[in-house]
Unconditional design. Structure first.
Length: 319
């Protein structure tokens, strides 16, 4: 029989779910309907929560976690090789390794929240059909491998130069001290985006836009919601065995934000590869925050490309 899930695993997953419940709906329409289905893998046991169909070999454990039934089984493989990711199925499922700590762990909690935002994206109407309609998969790819393995021309020097200009213009817009200057720099950024798309080619540009929309905004969500958790900790940490250092949630968010800015300022496609588009999409999401408080409402209705939202934000701000 599997051991009980550790108190630390319960604590960290519970905090992550409470942050999502408390702040997610304030930021995103219908976020409270997002499934939290998670497979948590630790050295001796694995646990699945918020699942409709209980996998074979899993037994119900009490108490429930975050209002969801919890089921456990022995861990059949080495958890140290597991990274966090979200699978698409009847319900998108987060698969994540244990945080291996009995204390609140903001970095791990942020990773779960990042993956939870992917669940929000994937519950968009016809998400899978719309993603397939981008025509980015190779023949025989039925599992969405193109999302991470697309053969983008990272080594092309012209593409690298165009992306460097694109990233630098975004960093400059984020650093602008006043709104008029920020709008001018956004215009420059959008011109740089058109140039980048022309240099990259239509198919590669579609993949880049998709990655910025999917992974970049998930990174933004992770940073943003950790900041909110640090500002309003009462409802989230009230049941923690000891009062966690909520400032560490802000520090974790700040570290990631500074890393994003550094990536934009010194963009290197050859070295960063797909991660460069994570920084691009996160930066564009923060810029949208500065320009259009309502952009979240259109995010899933206009999927896979942040450019139309940026152009609309520019038009609204200048009208």
């Amino acid at each position: 029989m599997a051991q009980n899930i550790s108190a630390g695993d319960r604590l960290n997953l519970s905090i992550a779910m409470k942050i999502a419940d408390h702040h997610g709906g304030l930021l995103w329409p219908d976020f409270e309907q997002t499934p939290k289905t998670t497979l948590l893998i630790a050295p001796d046991e694995q646990a699945v929560i918020c699942v409709d169909d209980v996998p074979e070999g899993f037994a119900r454990q009490m108490p429930d976690l975050g209002g969801c039934p919890l089921y456990q089984a022995k861990t059949p493989h080495n958890p140290y090789r597991i990274r966090a990711f979200t699978t698409f199925g009847r319900k998108p499922t987060i698969i994540i390794g244990s945080p291996y700590t009995a204390n609140p762990f903001p970095l791990w909690i942020g990773i779960w929240l990042h993956e939870h935002f992917h669940q929000y994206q994937m519950t968009m109407t016809d998400y899978q059909k719309r993603a397939e309609a981008l025509m980015l998969a190779d023949e025989g790819d039925e599992n969405g491998a193109w999302m991470s393995d697309f053969p983008f021309p990272y080594a092309d020097q012209k593409v690298q130069k165009a992306f460097q200009l694109l990233s630098e213009s975004l960093a400059a817009a984020l650093a602008a001290s006043d709104q008029a200057r920020r709008l001018d720099l956004l215009h420059i950024h959008l011109d740089a985006l058109e140039h980048f798309k022309n240099i990259s080619g239509e198919k590669a540009a579609r993949w880049a836009a998709f990655t910025a929309w999917q992974e970049g905004t998930a990174n933004y969500f992770e940073m943003k919601i950790l900041q909110l958790a640090a500002q309003e900790p009462g409802a989230i940490f009230a049941e923690a065995p000891s009062r966690p250092d909520t400032a560490e949630f802000k520090r974790s968010s700040d570290r990631q934000y500074n890393k994003m800015i550094a990536s934009l300022k010194s963009a290197d496609l050859g070295e960063q590869k797909s991660l460069a588009f994570y920084a691009l999409g996160a930066g564009q999401s923060f810029l949208l925050d500065d320009l259009d408080a309502d952009w979240h409402k259109d995010y899933r209705n206009r999927p896979f490309d942040l450019e139309p939202l940026l152009r609309e934000a520019l038009s609204k701000a200048r009208s």
